[in-house]
Write a protein that binds this ligand. Structure first.
Ligand SMILES: CC(C)(COP(=O)(O)OP(=O)(O)OC[C@H]1O[C@@H](n2cnc3c(N)ncnc32)[C@H](O)[C@@H]1OP(=O)(O)O)[C@@H](O)C(=O)NCCC(=O)NCCS
Length: 179
């Protein structure tokens, strides 16, 4: 039987959960998160994650959503607005634990993040993807994202390239998720 998957916005007291999921994702898929490294995450003081969780629980500019399987944290996504004047909306740091992949957990996380971004005024949602992450590319394409044409070298790993994807979300996020 498939485990039941649910998604909730991070709560203010979930700094330790945020730290656990960030380090697990960087350990599992270091190729997927641009300039973020496991070493940096492990060296970051726990209080930084506590502060981030408290901010993400209340902020109108950035947040995180957590995926649960049978009540256990099993995935993460970030949703952020750039600072003015562009105020482009981004999803980032998407990760689903290997044990619960291919069960629509990634889609649940993405839809929760997009719903929140729409509620905060987004009409387009952007995502950076490293070129060699074909799984993420297929995932985002299946959910309606297309290439913007922006293609840049990673700052810390210049041999690695990242491309910017975008999806219009003005109509309704639910129409794509129910396909
Ligand atoms: C990308 C990721 C989040 C997908 O999570 P998931 O919960 O397995 O995804 P879903 O079950 O919601 O999949 C939805 C669709 O995405 C696509 N997809 C997901 N995994 C795929 C894979 N390994 N190969 C090809 N397509 C895939 C499929 O189209 C799938 O639909 P289908 O099952 O009808 O074929 C997950 O593989 C992951 O955490 N990868 C490592 C971290 C990462 O790359 N993050 C993205 C950073 S940009």
């Amino acid at each position: 039987m498939s485990p039941s998957l649910t998604v909730r916005r991070i709560a203010a007291d979930q700094g330790a959960v945020l730290r656990e999921l960030r380090t697990a994702s960087l350990r599992d898929a270091p190729y997927a998160f641009g300039d973020a490294t496991l070493e940096d995450a492990l060296l970051t003081d726990a209080a930084v994650f506590d502060t981030a969780a408290a901010r993400y629980a209340e902020s109108h500019a950035c947040t995180s959503f957590i995926l649960y399987t049978e009540g256990h944290p099993a995935g993460l996504i970030g949703a952020t607005f750039e600072t003015e004047p562009a105020r482009r909306a981004f999803v980032s740091a998407l990760w689903v634990a290997p044990a619960v992949r291919h069960l629509r957990g990634g889609e649940l996380l993405l839809n929760a993040a997009i719903d929140w971004l729409i509620a905060e005024g987004a009409t387009q949602v952007f995502a950076w993807i490293t070129d060699n992450n074909t799984t993420a590319m297929r995932f985002y394409e299946r959910l309606g994202f297309v290439a913007t044409g922006d293609h840049v070298r990673s700052k810390h790993s210049p041999e690695q390239w990242e491309m910017l994807l975008v999806r219009g979300v003005a109509s309704s996020v639910r129409s794509a998720s129910s396909n």
